[in-house]
Design a protein around this ligand. Structure first.
Ligand SMILES: Cc1cc2nc3c(=O)[nH]c(=O)nc-3n(C[C@H](O)[C@H](O)[C@H](O)COP(=O)(O)OP(=O)(O)OC[C@H]3O[C@@H](n4cnc5c(N)ncnc54)[C@H](O)[C@@H]3O)c2cc1C
Length: 394
């Protein structure tokens, strides 16, 4: 019998499957969509560093731990599969123009330094020195100052998923393209999941269905809020790469790729389960690129796409055993940081599923914890991001 069935073939499901298979378990992944239809494929792959000090929140600790794991996983994946997931410590510029935007950046930089993070405040002239391609924005006052995080990393999500999938298969994981339609349960445990292709049974089950996890959890009597939050992205093909670093500008960003492509993102929208692009959003993103880089972005628009982030009410993912079910686990609700937090989530989940002592305190992520709607939204919650996206000038 299969040891573990994972429902979901995004970065969370595949990372957990890889980790479990690496510990010698027989694993099957059930995934409804092709890889490129997942939020994981659609993501930008920006990994802003987080100081892991005594004041760090549980979410920050998971991110910091995952950040370190990513460096190891990238090497392992390259050795195992020959695929380079393009994890690069390229550094990240965080730039602004409005008085309010610069105040926010100054406060963020001060907090960084207080917490021991590496962070350099830069004038417009210094930003131009680092990234000459931003001259058009600097000359027009579109960028007035900002800070640089030398430890910010980026990764190319489609390459990472390809590498994870190949590594999983090499470790003996079966990946079945099928939708889960229902769950059979009895005597305090799950006895099988009902799919289009029949019932699949295993000793343990892990639900990692991204933005669709709320519906799956509800069928198990668990209230987990995974609100889908749409993000749209435009990919430009430039004659040659003009940036060396990630550029963060309010909620928007530019991410350079090794092959000369430039990713421009993103929107933060409550649009239900419609993972589609809109002409307005694509036009807005192209405008952001033009404001920052000038005519260089008159280059070809190669692709535009949208993905659904699995948002959570309190800004934390849910990772752990489902209450009252001995053999059922859930890993979902990673919102804007799922790519970044995926290796830590995988190791933690594998610890919990195998009964090993957890490498990381899972209490803050427990399924069934109270996530109060209303009140002041925590800074990483869906509500906080939606509010910022609607009002914040860079
Ligand atoms: C535009 C955009 C930019 C982003 N940028 C970043 C970033 O820079 N850094 C970062 O860390 N994160 C980023 N994210 C967030 C990140 O992509 C998500 O947090 C992460 O991908 C969630 O992974 P997941 O595996 O939980 O969900 P998904 O990738 O959505 O995977 C869910 C899986 O569940 C499957 N599934 C669902 N229902 C069923 C069912 N009934 N039966 C079978 N299978 C089912 C789906 O087919 C899919 O395989 C971004 C997201 C978007 C959309």
């Amino acid at each position: 019998m299969t040891d573990c069935v994972i429902i979901g073939g995004g970065v969370i499901g595949l990372s957990i499957a890889r980790e479990l298979a690496g510990r010698g378990l027989r694993v099957e992944v059930l995934a409804r969509d092709r890889g490129r239809d997942t939020a994981s494929w659609a993501a930008a792959g920006i990994f802003p560093p987080v100081p892991d000090d005594a004041t760090a929140s549980p979410g920050d600790r998971l991110t910091a731990w995952s950040d370190a794991l990513h460096r190891r996983w990238a090497e392992e994946l390259r050795d195992e599969t020959g695929i380079d997931n393009e994890l690069r410590r390229c550094g990240g510029l965080h730039v602004g123009a409005s008085d309010a935007g610069l105040d926010r950046l100054a406060a963020a930089a001060a907090s960084w330094r207080r917490r021991g993070g590496r962070c350099d405040w830069l004038t417009a002239t210094e930003i131009r020195f680092h990234e000459p391609a931003l001259a058009p924005a600097i000359e027009t006052g579109g960028i007035r100052a900002g800070f640089f995080l030398p430890d910010e990393m980026s990764l190319r999500p489609p390459r990472h998923l390809e590498a994870l999938e190949k590594s999983c298969r090499q470790r003996g994981v079966t990946i079945t393209p099928v939708a889960v339609r229902g769950i059979e349960r009895g005597h305090g445990a799950i006895s099988g999941v009902v799919t289009d292709a029949g019932i699949v049974r295993a000793r343990t089950y892990c639900f990692a269905a991204g933005a669709w996890s709320g519906a799956v959890a509800a069928s198990l009597g668990l209230a987990i809020e995974t609100q889908p939050i749409r993000g749209q992205i435009v990919l430009l093909r430039l004659p040659r790469q003009v940036l060396g670093r990630v550029v963060n500008f309010g909620i928007d960003y530019l991410v350079p790729r090794d092959d000369g492509r430039l990713l421009v993102g993103s929107t933060i929208e409550d649009a239900g389960f419609a993972a589609t692009t809109t002409p307005e959003a694509v036009a807005r993103l192209l405008d952001v690129a033009r404001r920052l880089l000038g005519s260089v972005t008159d280059a070809t628009v190669e692709q535009a796409w949208a993905g659904l982030r699995p948002g959570s009410l309190d800004g934390l993912p849910t990772i752990g055993r489902i209450p009252d079910l001995d053999n059922a686990f859930i890993a979902a609700g990673h919102f804007r940081a799922g790519l970044h937090q995926s290796p830590g989530t995988a190791v933690l989940m594998a610890d919990l599923m195998t009964g090993a002592r957890p490498s990381f305190d899972p209490a803050a992520f427990a399924p069934g914890r109270r996530c109060e709607p209303g009140g002041i939204p925590p800074p990483d919650s869906v509500a906080a991001y939606l509010a910022r996206a609607a009002t914040q000038d860079p």
